[in-house]
Each structure stands twice: as C-alpha cells, then as structure tokens.
Design a protein around this ligand. Structure first.
Ligand SMILES: Nc1ncnc2c1ncn2[C@@H]1O[C@H](COP(=O)(O)OP(=O)(O)O)[C@@H](O)[C@H]1O
Ligand SMILES: [Mg+2]
Length: 301
C-alpha cells in the first residue's frame, strides 16, 4: 500500500510495466525525521541509485543545511520551522504553490535575507550564508547595460577585476555557455535566452560551491527554456556545485533535479528522490507519470 507521494513516486520509478494508482497518493505532511532520512540516504557517496552520475565521487559543492527556519513579513508567516538539506553536489528543485515561500527560502539560503529564527550551514564550514560564496540567478538577467557581455561576466568575480587573468576566467565562463563570440557586444543586442546564458556565466565564473536559481528560465519561450535546461544540466554535471532551483514548472524540476522538495504551509511537505537516468527524456512514460504524481499533489485542494 502506497502511503505518500514519495512512495508513489518510488513505485513509478521502479515499476517497469505497472502504473500505480494515483489516487493512493497521501498528502500527509512529511515529518523532518523523514527529510533527514532521505537526505542522509541521498548523501551517501555510494547511494545505490540507477543514475550513472550518482556513482561519481562527490562534488566540489557544499552541502546546504537549514534547521528550524522561521520567517515572517509583518503578520504574514511564511516559513514556520522549515528543515531542509541538500547533499553536496546535489541538484535539488523546490516546487510549491505561488506565495508558499520558495523565493523566501532561496534568499535565506543565498544570504540575501536573514531568518527570524533557525540556522543555515554549508558543508562542514560554519560560515554564514552571506559568506558562503553562493551565487544566485533570477528570472531577469540583471545585466549592466553599459558594460560589455565580457565585463558583465567578470563582475561575478569578487576578487579584483580587469586583469588578463580575470578576463580569461570570464571568457572561459562565456565559452562554457556557448557565447564566447559575443564577448565584446552590449547586452541590449542579445535575446532573452542569451542574456540568461550571460547571467549563468556570471554566476559560474567564481566557481561557486552553491548556486541558487529562482525561476531563472521562467520568462523564456518554451524552446529556449528546454535548451537552457540542457545547458544547466551539462554545466552542473561538469562543475558539480550544489544547486537549488526554485521553479513552478514541474517538468523542469523532473528534468533537472536529483530530488524535488514540495513546500507547503511554511515547511517541506514532501521530498522525492528522482532516479531517472540523465539526460532525462520528457517523452518517456516514467517522466510523465512522475510529473503527474507531483502535479496532482500540488493541485489537491
Ligand atoms: N519583502 C517582503 N515583504 C513583504 N511580504 C513578502 C516579502 N517577500 C515575500 N513576501 C510574502 O511572503 C509570501 C511568500 O513569498 P515568496 O517567497 O516570494 O513566494 P513564492 O516564491 O513561493 O511564490 C508571499 O505572501 C509574499 O507576498
Ligand atoms: Mg518566487
């Protein structure tokens, strides 16, 4: 008997021919101990998943841990004792209804805001989120219009800029996103997708251990979005930073994430371990079932 979203999803992933009864999905809130369990299991270097990438050594990324996070804006309580864990080098997606606190959580993790209570830590380094070297990408590229594409990327380096070394690092980052030939141009001549690729290069140029992504592909057309998902997947597989992607697009979460967490009522309601092999095939039956499981959970009233 399937008792929760996570179990139903596991059944989908491991079933070759049978389709689990979706009505069995139980929207019971997952308790923090279970989140811990999933996190610990996922974080094992030899976690016996079916993904090829899971067998590789763990990453340059930092694990990201949050315990008992509370955050309110005035009388509005957004996060209420949220526990969260992303193992080093994991690609984690956060989904949930609009206004449930996804961006708030991401801003706290990236050090752009501080919680009212609770603790955030990175790897075994007891650094505050603001000092973690985290980078964040938003829906808008936020490029400086008066700076060239190359200079916009170089801005992502916190060290001194404008040296041959830093220009080379920026050019390497642009090459990684396929835009080296646009280095000398102004942002205004780029398409929306190209601007986001520059923003990705700017985020990556410092080789961050943690990358926070707040709906970075949300404003792109469908085809560009899919291309960008492939790029993000490839870049993440190469660099192995820890990634936390907030998205309202469940298919995007299934395409990119090792694990998907669902936020609800100010806390992590569910955690789903995605073991489909990469690159993920949108047209596959398991992909579709997994997407539907999560969508049904989100749409339950
Ligand atoms: N700086 C802020 N001041 C006041 N209210 C805020 C602020 N940031 C977020 N909120 C509120 O907190 C709730 C969660 O917002 P947010 O984290 O942006 O949601 P999501 O990203 O899941 O759509 C919303 O009700 C939003 O209006
Ligand atoms: Mg948001």
């Amino acid at each position: 008997m399937e008792s929760g979203l996570s179990e139903a999803v596991t059944a989908v992933i491991h079933s070759e021919t049978t389709v689990p009864d979706m009505t069995l999905i139980d929207p019971t809130v997952m308790d923090p101990a279970r989140v811990e369990f999933l996190a610990a299991r996922d974080g094992r270097p030899d976690a016996g998943g079916t993904n090829e990438h899971e067998a590789k050594p763990l990453a340059a990324g930092d694990s990201v841990s949050a315990r008992g996070l509370f955050k309110s804006f005035g009388a509005k309580r957004v996060l209420e004792g949220l526990d969260f864990f992303a193992p080093a080098g994991e690609f984690l997606a956060v989904v949930g209804r609009s206004g449930c606190g996804k961006s708030t959580l991401l801003r706290l993790l990236a050090g752009l805001d501080v919680p009212d209570a609770g603790r955030i830590s990175f790897g075994d380094r007891s650094v505050a989120p603001g000092q973690s070297g985290a980078r964040i990408m938003f829906q808008e590229a936020r490029l400086l219009p008066w700076a060239t594409v190359l200079d916009n990327v170089e801005i992502g380096l916190s060290a001194a800029r404008g040296t041959p070394d830093t220009q080379k690092l920026a050019l390497d980052a642009l090459t990684a996103v396929g835009l080296a030939d646009r280095a000398g141009e102004w942002p205004s001549v780029l398409s929306g997708g190209q601007k986001q690729r520059v923003a990705l290069a700017r985020a990556l140029v410092s080789r961050p251990r943690f990358l926070a992504l707040d709906e970075p592909l949300g404003a792109l057309d469908a085809l560009t979005r899919i291309e960008m998902q492939h790029l993000l997947d490839a870049v993440w597989q190469r660099e192995r930073f820890t990634a936390v992607l907030v998205t309202h697009d469940v298919a995007e979460a299934v395409t990119l994430a090792d694990r998907i967490v669902v936020l609800d009522d100010g806390a992590v309601a569910q955690g789903i371990h995605v073991t489909l092999p990469r690159p993920r095939q949108r047209g596959s039956a398991k992909f579709g079932l997994l997407e539907e499981c999560i969508l049904r959970y989100l749409l339950r009233s």
